[in-house]
Each structure stands twice: as C-alpha cells, then as structure tokens.
Design a binder for this molecule. Structure first.
Ligand code: ATP
Length: 818
C-alpha cells in the first residue's frame, strides 16, 4: 500500500511525532510512505512533472552510503530488505530544508507529495509545530480543489491517506472520502485517469488523527497538542503567580479556545485559579460581574494576596455576549479596587517542545492509524483515532465530526448543560472539580453536622508530582462541605508523634504548583506499631482516611484493613490514591507523578541526545529509577525515541546483549558517514544485578570499536521532577475529589449502623484505579490477588508491549532480521 500523511489547520505540538510514527509504522508493515507538504494545499497543488527521475539512483541504493569501516556485512545481509530499501531516500536532512531544490536525492521544487524513508523522520520527537508544513487551504474547500487533490493522489498511486488536524481538517477529510467515488468517476470521464487507475482507486482509505491545541474534538479525551499547550499555559501562569503575589495584584489571563473551554478549565484547575470563563458553561448567575466579584471578594477576605482569572478567547455570557479580558480587568479594578492586569498568552501556547504525552500519544495513535488503514475495506467506516483515559480508541469519523458540531449548536441554542455534557464526563467532572476547589460556602450551605467528617490525610513513600495538588483539592472540598481536613505530617511515624494539624483553605492555596510532599513522607508502614496507630486514629477522631502514595500507600491500606479484626478505630472508610513515579501500584494504569517524571525524563533525554548527536557516534546509556517496575524506562524509551530499553520484568541476558550490540553495530554501519546520530539506551536501575549500567556502558565502548562510543548518565532523583506537570495536578485534583465522594458516601452508610455493631466492609478500604478507559474502585483485599508483593509491582502490566514497540520503532528486530 502507498500511504501519504499530511498535517492541516493550526499547527500543534505532537504533529511531528504523528508523522514519525506513521512513516515508521507504515514502513514496518511493508507500506511505501509519502508525506504531503503544506496540508491540503499541497494535495491540491500536487507535483509538477519532472524531466528527470525523481529518485536519485545513488541514494536509492542503500548500501552506497554505508560506512565500510567496521561494517558487519553478514549482519547487514540479515536485515529486513524492506527496511534497508526504505532506510533513506536522503540523509535525514530532507524535511529540514524545503527551500532547497534538490535534497537527499529528491527534487523538491514544485513537488508537494514526496516519498520519504526511515531516516527522514529521525529526531522529530523534540520538534514543535509540524516540519512537513500546514496550511488553511481555501482551494480544498471547493469541488475543483478536491478533484485536483484526488487526481494528484491517483497520479502518485497513493491509496491510503492519514490526516492529522483539527475539527475543520477532519470535516474536510470526511467530505473528501465521501465524495471520492464521484471525484474519480469524473476524472475518468474527463480521461484524466485510466481504466486501471479507476479500478485500483475505487475507494480511498482514510484515517483521521486529531491534532489541535484546543481539545475541541468530540469522542476523544485528548487531542494531539493539547497537553503541550496546557504545559505552556501553566508555565506562564506559574510565573505570573509570583508577581501577582508580590504586588497583591489580579491578573486576567486570556487563553486560546474559540469554541472550547478545555484549556481554560484544565488550566484553572491545575493552577488553582479564582474564576474562569468558558464558552460551554457561562456564569449561571446574572449579572455575572456581581457573581465574580462576590467570589473574589470572599477569597480576598480570607487573606488571598493574588487573584487569577482565566478567560477563554471565545467566552461569553448566558446571552452569548462576548466576555473580554479587558472588561473583566476593568470590573476588578473599579469594583474591588484591585491592581489588575491583562495577559494574553496568544501564540506562546502553541509552540515549543512537545511534552511527554504529546510524544507518547501520537506514537500510539500512529500505530493504531496504520492498523486501521491496512484493515480498511470499502464497507468499513473511516475512523478517527482517539483516546479514552488510557485506551487508544477508533471511532467513526462522521460520528466524531457530528458530535463536535453538536456542541457548537448547543452553545448557539444557549443550551449550556447539553454543551458541557457533550464534551464528555471528564469535562463535567473537571467543572465540578473547579467549583469544589475554588469556591467557599456559607456555614448554612454546608453539610449537616452529623454528616461531617474528620479526614486524616497521609502521604506515603517517595514524593511524586501531584501529591500536593491532590491534597489541596481534598482540603478545599472538606472545607466547602464542613469537614475537617487533618494533615498527618511525616507519615505513620508522624502520627505516632501526634504530628497532626488542621489544614486551612488559604494554607493550601499555593500547593498546586509545588513538587515534593508538603506533608512530608516516608516508607514506614502501620506495622511499626499497629496498636499505637489505632490509638492515634481514635485520639484524633478520624472518621475517614485518605492515603496518597505509591506501593507503600497500598501496603499501608492493606495493613489497616487487616487491622480491623483487632482495632475498631480502623472501621472507617479509607482510600488510597496511587502517587508514585514508578507507577508500580497494581491494577492501575496511572499513578500521580508518573507524568511529571516522564516529562523530566524526556527533558533530560533531549539534552543528552543533543550531546550524543554532537559527538555524532555516541551511545548514551541512561539509567532510570523505578525499582522493580520498568514502566518509566519503557514509556521513557517510547517518549524519547531510545533504541533499546532494559526492564526488570524482561531482565537482561548475555544472548540479548550480544544481539543488541550486533543491532547497534549494524545500525551505525548503515548511517551516512559523518551523519550518524547519537542514540539512547534506557536501562531501569534494577533490570539486572550483573549487567549494571557501568558494565553495559563498558561493553558498548569495547564492542563499538570505531563505529560508536558510549557514555552513561544516571537520572536518579531528578526524575521526581520539580514542578508537577499540569496533567498530574489536574488529575490529582479530579481523583482526589472522587476519593472524597467515596469517603463521604461510606461515612454516611456506616453512621447509619448502630455504634457497637459498626463494621466497615472490605469495600470501604479501596484503591482508586484507572483501568483502560475507566476509573474503578478496587477493594484493597482484591488488589492483593493482583500484586507481586516481593517485587513490589502488579502481576501483569499493560505497558509490557511498549518495550517491544519502542525497539521496533528504532528498527531493532528488522535490523537483526528477527
Ligand atoms: P484548528 O483546530 O487548529 O483550527 P482545523 O483543522 O479546525 O484546525 P480549519 O482552518 O478549520 O482548521 O481547517 C483546516 C483546513 O481544512 C481548511 O483550510 C480547509 O482546507 C479544510 N476544511 C475545513 N473544513 C472543510 C470543509 N467543510 N470542507 C472542505 N475542507 C474543509
């Protein structure tokens, strides 16, 4: 199959990762891969006829540029011939230099649809925007333009198209595919294509990927580029916060989002804004100016020195009158006497290096897109590749386009409940989350006294990004409902020392952006003195407990639950919210902190790779934390484009190392001389006791000979990250609020029982997990069945295939001929 990929509409971080993934996966599945420059405009313009053959004979012969020195010709002979053939149609410089007329064996002048090879997309991960160009094409909106596009595809023999763009681009794609049969019939009727071409191209195989910073597409939780845009926004507001605090100012920050408030809402939760304006849910009370001022005045009255209001560019009131940042600023100045400023983030939100999620998600979606394309038949629907929680999904493109339009229609009809509902349950939950964590309630509006709880909050294990954000959300919720939030400092040791303090609304205000653990954390479990712990539960009158931490959190909850046999104090609802960079808690795909950690790893690997590439031929062995769980290493390898990855689950053997050395030698020997790249090998700290990072590095130095050199870098505690990622903060808040709802519900149920017979069932000690597309509660006793207690990880891991995928995308099996 000949497959082309294009990027369209506004650029977004992660589009390059899409193209890289599509090109590599396509080649691995035996396809011939093409890119279309400048989006639909390039498709309409197509290629000028060339007087000379397009392909440079010399460069098509992949053995020409091979480094003869030290080349292992036997190994090269074993390589997958398709990969060798595709290894390069140039030297990897092609798409860096569009203005050149002739690069890497290809004539570019007047050509918009260009064949690409394996190495053309190397190193694309760390680049923002889209290297193949994007455009808004007026021509493609016309029937004539789409006819030209169809002709250009048929002319090049392309029968599969991957479009990565926003809702407009995918609407265009949907139209193009539905019109395709009539378009090519017309071309045939005009004698522009032959009978054979008509027969061979009777149906266009098309797949859509959503590349848009707005996250405005329905039927997917996340669009490609939205996480990076959220990073940019949160970085900016974190910086603004310090000035706002210093001068006790109010800042009105305008963020992108013409029709969609996702960025404003998520940023509002992640930075702990005071008020937000989004198109889907305008302020319910009119005049909204009064409502906003009342809220902000309350915040100031409890002692807040700064005010942050976030406004989406498409925000409006209930009557659809636009709400502008300047106007909000004037209201804050005039009515509240605040020293107010406006900051419009504009295009700073679009650009920059993609965050880890915008490398991982596009890569996984690219794999799915190629699979969807290869399995497409005339009667299968055109799919859009999306994601739900942690599951890559395929949904019919028409449904997604229709549902997206429905949101706009609902807004136009002033049906804001429907508009928010159409954005999906996570959006609704985040809205509730924002309201729960930003607002304050009058005493009369809080829960009746008998339903109120004293909630103990404990951090366990190593610090992880998002722990503080989760705690802040729990505290804010407690105060809003009338509960008492009690911080247990320094874990169970601190509890034994009565290191327990009540947390306040203002006291946790700045915690969203704080890394580490504000409560203090350690690995001591309740077993250090279970009786003493029970006594302290009783003394501090805990009605419920929220444990935030890693495997220790789970182990602690297990001990407390088992302790119920002997200690009535433990017959209260207790939950564990997983938070660990190792992501080793059983049965959950995600733990707080793992996203922050992956971002720290990606940042470090980008810098290391740059250094390795500057030396041209250097392999860096990067050691990661993670204990006996290889999640961070495997996902980090996928996110940084590492060539090899070693995990404790798979282990390391001599045979494996022998093959890996052969792979690296073959790969380096096939690089264009002088244009080798630095390569990464990622090794989890516990992958092997014998083949340590030092041994591995020395082995590579010895075996690399004149082909490559090796160095090592241990990332150690840097992986715990500094400032938590927006995803960890927003998810932390969301999951924490679910935990509070769980505790409230079981507290009410238990309080109905007569005191002496009060027995908390096993279901009241549970862990909140994300399993594929669902958030699920798992009783801790059930969890034990799925835990490998010796190695401190789950018995199964969903990310197991990621190791293989990362190595496949580096071509390891194919270069070895496996
Ligand atoms: P962003 O979310 O960044 O705005 P987008 O894909 O929604 O991205 P648009 O400008 O709406 O951006 O669309 C990009 C291109 O897709 C348009 O310039 C046009 O070529 C094509 N397109 C959009 N809508 C249609 C349509 N209804 N029919 C044909 N082509 C369309």
């Amino acid at each position: 199959m000949k497959v082309a990929v294009l990027t369209s509409g506004g650029d977004s971080a992660g589009m390059n990762a899409v193209v890289r993934s599509i090109v590599k996966c396509g080649i691995l599945k035996g396809c011939e891969m093409w890119i279309v420059r400048e989006g639909y405009e390039g498709l309409v313009r197509g290629n000028e006829e060339q007087p000379a053959p397009v392909q440079n004979e010399q460069n098509d012969d992949s053995t020409q540029a091979v480094s003869e020195e030290n080349a292992d010709t036997t190994s090269q002979q074993q390589c997958d011939p398709n990969l060798l053939h595709n290894l390069r149609f140039g030297d990897g410089q092609l798409l860096r230099d569009w203005t050149a007329e002739y690069v890497g064996g290809r004539t570019l002048k007047g050509r918009y649809i260009v064949r690409v090879g394996w190495d053309d997309v190397r190193g694309w991960f760390s680049e923002g925007g889209t290297l193949i160009g994007t455009a808004r094409s007026a021509a493609f909106r016309t029937p004539e333009g789409r006819s030209a596009a169809a002709f250009n595809l048929v002319k090049e023999g392309i029968d599969g198209l991957v479009v990565c763009g926003g809702d407009g681009s995918l609407t265009g794609a949907d139209l193009f595919r539905s019109e395709w049969p009539s378009l090519i019939q017309n071309l045939h009727a005009q004698n522009l294509i032959t009978d054979e071409q008509l027969a061979a191209h009777s149906h266009l195989k098309l797949v859509g990927l959503v590349g848009s910073i707005d996250n405005d597409m329905a039927l997917t939780d996340m669009t490609i580029g939205a996480p990076t845009a959220l990073h940019r926004i949160c970085e900016s507001i974190d910086n603004i916060n310090t000035t706002a605090y210093s001068h006790s100012r109010a800042f009105v920050v305008e963020v992108m989002g013409r029709d969609c408030g996702w960025l404003a809402l998520w940023a509002g939760v992640a930075i702990g804004a005071d008020f937000i304006f989004i198109p889907e849910k305008p302020p319910s009370e009119m005049p909204w100016e009064d409502h906003m001022c009342t809220e902000i005045r309350r915040h100031r009255e409890v002692g807040k020195r700064k005010t942050i209001v976030i406004v989406a560019e498409g925000a409006h009131d209930k009557e659809l009158n636009p709400i502008r940042a300047e106007y909000i600023k004037d209201i804050l100045t005039e009515r509240l006497g605040l020293d107010s400023r406006v900051t419009t983030l504009g295009h700073t939100q679009r650009g920059g290096r993609p965050c880890a999620a915008d490398r991982i998600l596009p890569t996984l979606q690219g794999v799915e897109a190629i699979d969807a394309l290869l399995s497409a038949r005339a009667d299968t629907p055109t799919y859009m590749i999306g994601v739900q929680e942690n599951k890559i999904t395929r949904v019919p493109l028409v449904d997604a386009v229709r549902a997206t339009k429905d949101v706009a229609k609902a807004i136009k009809a002033k049906d804001f409940d429907k508009a928010s509902e159409l954005r999906g349950p996570e959006f609704l939950e985040m809205l509730d989350g924002f309201n729960a964590t930003s607002g304050l309630k009058d005493e009369k509006d809080k829960l009746p006294k008998h339903q109120r709880m004293r909630v103990g909050i404990i951090h366990m294990g190593a610090p992880a990004g998002g722990m503080n954000a989760a705690t802040r959300a729990a505290v804010r919720y407690c105060i809003k409902q009338g509960h008492t939030a009690l911080a247990v400092h320094n874990g169970f040791r601190g509890l034994l020392d009565d290191n327990v303090y009540e947390l306040t609304w203002l006291g946790v205000d700045a915690w969203m952006a704080r890394g580490g653990s504000e409560l203090g954390t350690n690995r001591a479990l309740p077993s250090i003195d279970i009786g003493g712990i029970a006594a302290k539960f009783q003394m501090h009158r805990f009605d419920a407990v929220l444990l935030i931490g890693g495997f220790e959190g789970f182990s602690a909850l297990l001990q407390l639950e088992e302790g119920r046999q002997h200690y009535p104090a433990f017959h209260i609802p207790m939950v564990h919210l997983p938070a660990t960079i190792s992501n080793n808690v059983p049965m959950t795909d995600y733990s707080l902190g793992s996203d922050t950690s992956l971002n720290a790893l990606v940042d470090a690997c980008d810098a290391i790779k740059q250094s390795a590439s500057a030396s041209r031929d250097r392999v860096f062995v990067v050691e990661t934390q993670g204990g006996k769980c290889g999640y961070l290493a495997a996902m980090g390898a996928l996110a940084s484009g590492a060539s090899l990855v070693y995990t404790p689950e798979v282990g390391m053997t001599l045979d494996m190392l022998r093959k890996d050395v052969r792979y690296l030698k073959t790969r380096y020997s096939l690089d264009v001389p002088g244009k080798s790249e630095g390569r990464l090998v990622i090794r989890n700290e516990a992958a092997s006791q014998v083949y340590t990072t030092s041994v591995l590095t020395k082995m590579l130095i010895e075996e690399g000979g004149t082909l490559f050199d090796a160095r090592s870098a241990s990332l150690g505690h840097t992986l715990q990250g500094g400032i938590p990622s927006p995803t960890d903060r927003a998810r932390g808040a969301r999951l924490s609020l679910r935990c509070m709802a769980f505790l409230e519900q079981h507290h009410v149920e238990l309080s109905h029982k007569a005191h002496k017979a009060r027995q908390a069932g096993a279901e009241t000690a549970a862990v909140i997990t994300i399993q594929a597309s669902e958030v699920k509660w798992v009783a801790v006793q059930e969890m034990v069945k799925h835990a490998d207690m010796t190695n401190r990880r789950g018995k199964t891991n969903w990310w197991g295939p990621v190791k293989d995928l990362a190595e496949e995308l580096a071509g390891r099996p194919q270069f070895l001929g496996d």
